[in-house]
Design a protein around this ligand. Sequence first.
Ligand SMILES: [Zn+2]
Length: 315
Amino acid sequence: MIIGIDLGGTRIKGGLVNNGFLIDTEIIEAESDNEFKSQLPKLKKLIDSLLKRNNLTRDHLSGLGCTFPGIVDSIQMKILSTNVKYRGAPDVDLSGWILGTYNLPFAMDNDARVALLGEWQYGAGKGIDDLVMVTLGTGIGGAALMNGQLVRGKHFVAGCLGGHFTINYQGSECQCGNVGCVEAEASTWRLPQMIRESTGSGNSPLLRMEQVDYRLVFELAKEGDRLARDIREKSLKAWAFGIVNMIHAYDPVRVIVGGGIIHQNGEIIPDIQKIVNQHSWTPWGNVNVVKAQWPDHNAILGCEYLLNNSALQNK
Ligand SMILES: [Zn+2]
């Protein structure tokens, strides 16, 4: 049995996993605008709570896995870089803290990579060794599996910056320093600005709301709201062209789309598939775009595989 911790931009999810089955899960608010260091007591509380309510102790665990929304050295188990969330994370010795607190084997990687592992082993990618994962949420995550191997690259950057592929060189500045990134064109963090910058939008309720998310946008689009329909179309194009870039880079058989946005709005997949079919250069056929099977838990399930196959079992 292992515990996986999925550090997201909005929420931190913890889960108890045994042989690919999620036994229990607990979710806490991320407060990721705060320093990363201040999260450690919360992580301990989350782990201890999962153990306690299942009548377990750390001796029942074979390891702890963790995902992070940034660039992660999965050999040294070190966070190398974070974008805006979890300030100061690279200065925190998370693996040292886990070892000191629980004395258990530890494994860590980028969140979309671990989500891909979860879907590959237990979900929408089962049996397929050439996959791309895209997660649509606060930001846009990416990961690639080629010939059954996660693509990591020399500096752990490869594949996981799918959300920062430029799709519009005249586009908006991204939080990462680049311009026209997929997530700078369409993502939950970008949504309020997309609404503010819209022109000729009439009296859409979106203009009067303090908090907006894609669930609302897609609901209003269904009702015929013009601004919501414009944002829906623009966003689907941004995500689909981002996926086309991932396809051209990593030559997958299947693209799995996960993340909070897709969980709530899975019906957008056929529209994305249509754009992908039109614009991908894949003479062998069409890349199959599918919704993640476990959009809520794939990264937690993936932690188990990551731990079992970790290059460095650092107990
Ligand atoms: Zn960017």
